[in-house]
Design a binder for this molecule. Sequence first.
Ligand SMILES: [Zn+2]
Length: 73
Amino acid sequence: MFKYQRQFEDFLGQALRPNSKGQTYTFCPFHDDRRQSLSINVASGLWKCHAGCGQGNINILKNRMRRHIRRYL
Ligand SMILES: [Zn+2]
């Protein structure tokens, strides 16, 4: 298990299957994503949405998720 895998899985609410370098793709939670635009590295904790929602480390993702969830409650 990579250092940040569990945290990313908790935030995204799904199991991830990273490659040997910790790299994986999944659906971006910040836009209506049908192409798995969110690139994640569960070893480094870095992420990037290739549709332009942003990028950063796991703390930035955490904050973005909180704001995002609040907006839609
Ligand atoms: Zn996105």
